[in-house]
Design a protein around this ligand. Structure first.
Ligand code: MN
Length: 255
């Protein structure tokens, strides 16, 4: 029998756990492909140092939309560090607050980040889109790289538009428990689906989710696709591997 495919966690805030080292150690021991996202460029290098040479763990450069306005002074640092990593996130838009000026600044910042990523090419970007899905999709357009809608909470129509543009979507343990959300995921082509923990923000049995809890999302995807958890895990792993080989959607649709 072939070995079980490894789990994939495309969005984990490794630096925000009480004991990041322990989380990194456990993810590494289980050989989980983990993308450690950051919320500001100024913490990027500290997380790189923390992760060290841990196998299969990569660090993403981010500027979280809820911090973007206040931390826009870090944009030059973002631009400076971008060449050091293939992974970008957490970035995006958050329209929970209705202040139009703040929303506009968020869009300007995201526009710059998307522009730099376009220029560099090949970036894998994990994106926040709470109450701002349409503007996020507009900001990325048909992106030269890969963007992953993390914890998607928008409409079915918007999700279809994103997927038509080449977007991926990542499912976390909290989403796995929501029937309506998984209903939307069922309509996404399987080859565009990934998994994430979004730990420590997502909770599992009253504790912060960790990369291995993506197994809960895998279970739900298996049910959704009518396949075993092992098969679902294989599909998600293959999707991630494909994306890293640069044979994501953009290349396919242009071929
Ligand atoms: Mn997050």
């Amino acid at each position: 029998m072939p070995a079980q495919s490894p789990l994939v966690d495309t969005h984990c805030h490794l630096d925000l756990y009480a004991d990041p080292q322990a989380v990194i150690r456990r993810a590494s021991a289980r050989r989980i492909y983990t993308v450690g996202v950051t919320n500001t460029p100024s913490v990027y290098q500290a997380l790189v140092a923390l992760v060290g040479s841990a196998e299969r763990i990569r660090v993403a450069l981010g500027l979280h939309p809820e911090l973007a306005v206040e931390r826009r002074g870090e944009l030059p640092l973002f631009q400076e560090l971008l060449g050091q990593t293939r992974y970008v996130g957490e970035v995006g838009l958050d329209y929970t607050r209705s202040d139009p000026a703040a929303r506009r600044v968020q869009r300007e910042i995201l526009g710059k980040i998307v522009g730099w990523c376009e220029e560099a090419g090949g970036k894998v970007v994990t994106v926040h889109s709470r109450r701002a899905v349409d503007d996020v999709i507009d900001a990325f357009g048909v992106f030269r790289g890969t963007y992953v809608l993390h914890w998607y909470s928008g409409s079915k129509r918007a999700l279809q538009r994103a997927v038509a543009n080449g977007a991926y979507v990542s499912v976390n343990p909290a989403m796995a428990e929501e029937t309506r959300r998984m209903g939307l995921i069922r309509d996404v082509p399987r080859e565009r689906v990934l998994t994430e923990s979004d730990g420590p923000f997502v909770q599992v049995s009253g504790r912060p989710a960790e990369p291995h809890d993506t197994a809960i999302a895998i279970q739900a995807l298996g049910a959704c696709w009518g396949v075993s958890a092992e098969e679902a895990q294989e599909i998600v792993h293959e999707n991630f591997a494909c994306l890293l080989r640069g044979r994501g959607k953009a290349e396919e649709s242009q071929a």
